[in-house]
Design a protein around this ligand. Structure first.
Ligand code: ADE
Ligand code: ZN
Length: 339
């Protein structure tokens, strides 16, 4: 029997990405190009200097540098170029569908109109569909370190563009900013027909995951690692059939896990949780979608069956229609049958 070539299997395995911050896909090369194009000063002279600064010991360390990097994004074409560069990366990862986050407040707080941000991103997503065959949904994230009034103002500013926005999410510094802080904004978003997502249990305690479920009434959990500390919570997530968007290289970079060999992904699957593999902020954490798949598969020695389950989970946890999902499930099974 020929040896199973896991990396080759992953390379061609059809998959979706459900946890990706577009601002987190800003590569140093594009950061320099945009800084020059827009005459923005950045505190780095070389790409090596930028990469050397990407050494984090927690979420806040990362966020400080991530918000600083976003300052080079100024005009519609910048947001287009950022999004298109991400889509080109994942097109070569056999990624067929993406549900991506953006942080409007990072830009509106610098005086950039939200229409400029959404215009550039959505134009690239449309081209991603026609030129690369990647379908997509766009999720507007509220920055949780800012207050409720700022989140409401963002939702109001997004009103003219809601045809381009599929849902709202919650990101940025988790500890000290529980989901309940945004209960009323999420209710308002739900009343507008938007789907609801939230980062929960990345650094924050299981109580934050309970709040995301019970107070915000989210449709999918971003990260969710610390849910494993609470047996009743795990049962609840399994019963509700909620998907977890897990990000292995992010977890390693931000010291959520000390070693990928200790990552809870397999435990999640064994508990019946619908875990998926995602890249979070690939320009900062050392790799795009397939880099995450390869790293965690290698560290945990994931089997072909586990990889197939994870690929199915990525489409099952998406918001594609049932018919669209079925096409992707069939493509996964066809690829698996070739090995
Ligand atoms: N914004 C970008 N990446 C994030 C992460 N991993 N957690 C919280 N906020 C983020
Ligand atoms: Zn994230």
């Amino acid at each position: 029997m020929p040896k199973f070539d896991r990396d080759r299997f992953i390379s061609g395995l059809p998959k979706a990405e459900l946890h990706l911050h577009l601002e987190g896909s800003l590569e140093p090369e594009l950061m320099f190009a945009l800084a020059q194009r827009n005459h923005i000063a950045i505190p780095f002279q070389t790409i090596e200097e930028v990469r050397a600064a990407y050494s984090f010991s927690n979420l806040q360390d990362f966020l400080d540098i991530y918000y600083q990097g976003a300052s080079v994004l100024q005009v519609e074409q910048d947001f287009y170029d950022l999004t298109m560069a991400y889509l080109r990366h994942v097109a070569s990862d056999a990624c067929r569908h993406v549900e991506v986050f953006f942080d409007p407040q990072t830009h509106t707080d610098r005086g950039i109109d939200i229409g400029v941000v959404i215009g550039g991103i959505s134009r690239a997503l449309a081209d991603g569909q026609t030129q690369l065959g990647i379908s997509s949904k766009l999720i507007l994230c509220f920055l949780r370190h800012l207050d409720e009034a700022a989140a409401f103002a963002t939702l109001r500013a997004a009103e003219p563009y809601l045809d381009k926005i599929f849902g709202v999410g919650l990101d940025s510094s988790e500890v000290g900013h529980p989901p309940s802080k945004f209960a009323r904004v999420f209710e308002a978003a739900r009343n507008k027909g938007l789907h609801l997502f939230a980062h929960a249990g990345e650094e924050g305690p299981p109580e934050y995951v309970w709040e995301a479920l019970d107070v915000l009434k989210i449709d999918r959990i971003d990260h969710g690692n610390r849910a494993l500390e609470d047996k009743a919570l795990v049962e609840r997530i399994v019963q509700n059939g909620l998907t977890l968007t897990v990000c292995p290289l992010s977890n390693l970079s931000l010291c959520v896990v000390d070693n990928l060999a200790n990552h809870p992904l397999r435990t999640m699957l064994n508990l019946g949780l619908k875990a998926t593999i995602n890249s979070d902020d690939p320009a900062y954490f050392g790799g795009y979608l397939n880099a995450n798949w390869r790293a965690i598969a290698e560290a945990l020695n994931l089997t072909k069956e586990e990889l197939v389950t994870l690929a199915h989970n990525s489409f099952a946890g998406s918001y594609l229609t049932q018919a669209e999902k079925q096409t992707h499930h069939d493509a996964i099974d066809a690829w698996a049958a070739r090995f």
